[in-house]
Design a protein around this ligand. Structure first.
Ligand SMILES: *Cc1c(COP(=O)(O)O)cnc(C)c1O
Length: 456
């Protein structure tokens, strides 16, 4: 049933509609996922191998094949601070593009940390606290994940130590201050706090860092301290599962709008906001024969899904994590310091990679400048200033809306506006002054990095 007012712009759900369970796509996958392997023995790992790093509550979810995982009441209660998040119809952007397409966006920038990341930071802090953990170690790129975990740590009384990629630490002091305000300790990575960080610094004292390096530092921190566990903001199955509150709410909100999306779009760094929006819809494709087209959008400077190889690789640069089968550019590859720091990662979530490999989702890469062009056009029409990461999704949403205009077709397009850009104004300043640069696909450097893939 379509809304009675055709100009309706916000689709708002009551707090009672916050989902009661997360959706686990492992229950509906048409092909079985490849098991993670031990980095030393190359044998499949079991829950005991992960126990030094994660609480059992999360390990159970990592390997679960149950379709629904109940959301604990204290987590649902914390979700009330900002969930359900709004779904908008972008009437003004549609008019600016003169397109017959209907464009919708789910807005995750309403969370206290300004992105979708608290959807998983909150349950991760909860399960750790339940099992007596006192301290969490993590990495952050642009600072979004660090802010979310610092906030969640404050909610559940946990200490949080954040290894922040050096390039972002220098470019984005405000994110660091936000994390410190929530009570976290933040160091630039590579740092002098770990053996791995010290070894990188002695070889390259001016290293800009990378997500892969910061992960190595946080993993080493957690593995070497009894009171500490590790928290990852993307890539892992349980993280993607937590994010499905986004898509479940969006299904209900699209129902309020009386429409079903033909095309669903998300940006992909490690794949979590993309999975959060699209997996509940994909579940309908698998179970009910729905035919939503799903598009992942990544930066041209770190194009794992579009130009990487599907192979077992390490999740980090220090080669300490389990090997997972994913689209990768090689764990030695360090992407250029693009402003969408959350998309500067060499790999991709195994679940998202599997779906791409078997043709259930599509992928595209876009250049930095063209993504900012789309973000500015969106801001001028809709008012919300997007983070640099979702600008990639907006680019493709606009391209699809323009293609619908050319074809004279009325398509329904839905994308994830996974965070706001209030901490990214220096990047917008560079774009507006014409000094933002594009980075091409670094073919030679990727070739070099791929040469060191583990032989599995
Ligand atoms: C972290 C982050 C990303 C990238 O991570 P995914 O796991 O791919 O979602 C994208 N956008 C924003 C706003 C982020 O904070």
């Amino acid at each position: 049933m379509a809304p009675s007012d055709p100009r309706q712009t916000k689709f708002i759900l009551d707090e009672s509609r916050i989902p009661r369970a997360w959706y686990n796509i492992a229950a509906d996958l048409p092909v079985p996922p490849a098991p993670p392997l031990h980095p030393g023995t190359h044998q499949p790992i079991g829950p005991a191998d992960l126990a030094p790093l994660f609480p059992m509550g999360l390990i159970g979810q990592e390997v679960s094949t149950e379709r629904e995982i109940e959301i604990p009441e204290p987590v649902r209660d914390a979700y009330r601070l900002y969930r359900p998040s709004p779904l908008y119809r972008a009437h003004r952007l549609e008019r600016a593009l003169d397109t017959p397409a209907h464009i919708y966006y789910k807005y995750e920038g309403v969370s206290p940390a300004g992105s979708h990341k608290p959807n998983t930071a909150i349950p991760q802090a909860f399960y750790n606290q339940q099992e007596g953990v006192k301290r969490l170690a993590t990495e952050t790129g642009a600072g979004q994940w660090g802010s979310a975990l610092a906030f969640a740590g404050a909610l559940f009384g946990l200490e949080v130590k954040v290894y922040m990629v050096r390039a972002s630490y220098d470019q984005k002091p405000y994110r660091r201050i936000l994390m410190e305000t929530y009570g976290a300790e933040v160091v630039a990575s590579p740092s002098l706090s770990t053996n791995y960080g010290r070894s990188v610094l002695s070889a390259t004292p001016d290293s800009p860092g990378s997500l892969g390096m910061a992960i190595s530092e946080a993993v080493e921190d957690a593995a070497t301290r009894d009171d500490t566990k590790y928290a990852l903001g993307s890539v892992l199955n349980h993280v993607l599962t937590h994010q499905t509150v986004i898509g479940q709410e969006a299904i209900e909100q699209m129902g309020m709008a009386g429409e079903s999306p033909d095309i669903i779009i998300g940006c992909t760094g490690g794949g979590s906001n993309f999975a959060g929006l699209t997996f509940p819809f994909l579940g309908r494709n698998f179970r009910d024969g729905a035919s939503h087209r799903i598009i992942a959008v990544e930066p041209e400077a770190a194009p794992s899904l579009t130009r990487g190889v599907y192979a077992y690789d390490f999740g980090d640069t220090g080669k300490m994590t389990p090997l997972v089968k994913m689209y990768t550019l090689g764990s030695d590859f360090i992407p250029e310091p693009i402003h969408a720091g959350g998309l500067r990662y060499h790999g991709m979530a195994p679940m998202v990679s599997l779906l791409k490999e078997h043709g259930y989702i599509e992928a595209r890469s876009v250049h930095q400048r063209s993504s900012f062009e789309a973000g500015v056009q969106f801001a001028r029409a809709e008012g919300i200033l997007p983070a640099p990461e979702p600008n990639h999704a907006i680019r493709v949403a606009i391209d699809e809306a323009l293609a619908a205009r050319e074809a004279g077709e009325s398509k329904v397009i839905l994308f994830n506006l996974c965070g706001h850009g209030h901490f990214d104004l220096s990047a917008y300043e560079r774009y507006l002054s014409g000094s933002l640069e594009d980075f091409g696909y670094p073919e030679d450097r990727v070739k070099e990095a791929l040469a060191s893939l583990p032989a599995v």
